[in-house]
Write a protein of this length. Structure first.
Length: 261
């Protein structure tokens, strides 16, 4: 496929809605049929929370990132790389997509290391080899990638899914679209911001409007826009039809552009 691939990041809340998944996969089917390869990168925060609660474990976040102690990494891996990933693969299959489930640990696609000891087994990663993903996309597979990575000594790491999607987009020189359960970045009055600059984003962070998970998402979008010199979109999986408009060059969600240096 010669057209620029598309990396879609979906939030864990999508896993709570089979009908929303079916609608999204229906749109992805049309995108793939148009000759554009699609890679899905997913989180699974809701499922992780449920599993931790069932195991009588507490969950903590620092700056939007989930603290993952060694005692929880196997459970988090099971939720993300296991149940969440296979649920998405199964739904994709039911919607006639040729999907294949992976994690960041597969195929040497990234290198990973511990991000900060205070976060436990939370990782940051960098692009390494696109060989596996390119082979899959060339054979019309839709890779569905969970945000679990492994470091050089085989330690499992939980990577923030927005940051994981950023790295996969960088690896494939792909268009990145971050999908969440809100229409995009909202201002203090909960109105959609259709185009966001670094200066605006910094002001909204200072005002406490962009916080937590959305701040991580916005930071990932600006970093990717800069790396790829391309615009990044933050939009909602609740209205996947917008993606078809987007690939036709029409606006959708919040557009984040590279800053001119």
């Amino acid at each position: 496929m010669s057209k620029q691939p598309l990396v879609l990041k979906v939030g864990g809340a999508l896993l709570e809605s089979p009908s929303a998944q079916a609608e999204l996969f229906g749109v992805i089917n049309k995108i793939v049929a148009s000759g554009i390869a699609v890679v899905l990168v997913h989180g699974g925060g809701c499922l992780v929370e449920q599993w931790l609660e069932q195991a009588n474990m507490t969950s903590e976040k620092i700056d939007g990132l989930r603290v993952t102690p060694a005692s929880q990494i196997e459970l988090v891996t099971g939720a993300l790389a296991g149940a969440a990933n296979k649920k998405l693969v199964a739904t994709a299959k039911a919607n006639k997509l040729n999907a294949l489930g992976l994690s960041l640990a597969d195929g040497d696609m990234v290198t990973a290391q511990q991000l900060d000891p205070k976060l436990g087994q939370v990782g940051s990663c960098a692009p390494l080899k696109s060989t596996l993903l390119t082979m899959l996309m060339n054979n019309n597979y839709v890779p569905i990638i969970s945000s679990i990575a492994a470091d050089q000594v085989g330690q499992l790491l939980n990577v923030n899914a927005d940051q994981a999607a950023q790295v996969v987009a960088h690896l494939l020189q792909a268009k990145l679209i971050l999908l969440s359960d809100v229409p995009g970045v909202l201002d203090g009055n909960k109105q959609l911001i259709t185009s966001l600059t670094v200066q605006q984003a910094n002001e909204l962070v200072e005002q406490g409007v962009i916080v937590g998970g959305m701040k991580v998402k916005v930071d990932a979008a600006f970093a990717t826009a800069q790396q790829l010199n391309d615009s990044i979109v933050i939009a909602s999986w609740k209205t996947p039809q917008q993606l078809l408009a987007l690939i036709d060059g029409n606006p959708c969600g919040t557009t984040i552009k590279a800053t001119k240096l």
